[in-house]
Design a protein around this ligand. Sequence first.
Ligand code: ATP
Length: 322
Amino acid sequence: MKKIAVLTSGGDAPGMNAAVRAVVRSSQYFGCEVLGVNFGYRGLIEGDFKPMGHLDVSGIIQRGGTILKSARSEKFREKEGRAIAAQNLRNEGVDALVAIGGDGTFRGGTLLSQEQGINVVGVPGTIDNDLIGTDETIGYDTALNTAMEAIDKIRDTADAHERLFLVEVMGRDAGFIALETGIACGAELIILPEALKNIKDIKQSLRDILKEKSRSTLVVVSEGDETGGAIKLSSELEEDFGKYDMRVCILGHVQRGGSPTAHDRVLASRLGYEAVHAIHNGMSEVMVGVISNEVKITPIAETFGIIKKINFELYELAKILR
Ligand code: ATP
């Protein structure tokens, strides 16, 4: 192992910088060079590379976003694009690639390894937490805390006017953020892609909740193709719940930004190191994760082949405690 490339891809997540820093510094520890790839797979195809050393990753552990930038690349979805990317890496003398991203990034990385013989190790970096093989993905904890702080503020104003608030959080296909922020904020109702998506059931639950006297009613809604998110939901509720002072707030991209929490910085540091360690041990097509505070290596294909389930016990708990 002489040279490792590292990229960040897909949606950015707080803690990606801490992971890049760990990859660069761990590579130095193992005595190999690092090539940073700008703009994810797009940069791989365009040969947008830069050598990275100790100082290049200094002062970034606390920064959100990604200094390597991120992008989505349609060309990389085609075999031709991946062949160009692999040739660019070979031209630079790169032995292996650390891909920091989500399930799409890992699908692409797997094909790069299988078709082109480039060793690829994945580091889970996505706020959605929708990857098996790790209890939490890098960025998830920060996104949770950001959403929680915002919802706490909404609660104050909702209380002042006894309003019914629908707050939309990120998570198109997975309700991890909605579930845990819902619990952390004491939401009266939580609507997830995995549960309570039928409008009849939602209305019934809301009726039951509104029967009880409360200072305000907070509904945390996962953005989602099935529920259509908070705006569509509010229009569907208008007819039956029009007498309530209903408001909608979409938290949106604030959930992606901000300084990573201590938890995300430590997780990213650990996983960045473990990715390099795995490459050092000759591994490829694996993802590094942490389960029950222990490092776990998972075949990368499983991470996008198996759906990570939400904890339904937590969902029931939220109903008991509301
Ligand atoms: P997030 O979970 O935050 O959205 P992600 O890694 O899943 O992150 P995607 O946009 O799905 O984000 O994937 C990132 C990039 O990976 C895509 O732009 C594309 O270049 C590549 N990719 C995704 N799916 C595939 C695939 N099936 N085959 C080849 N490349 C893929």
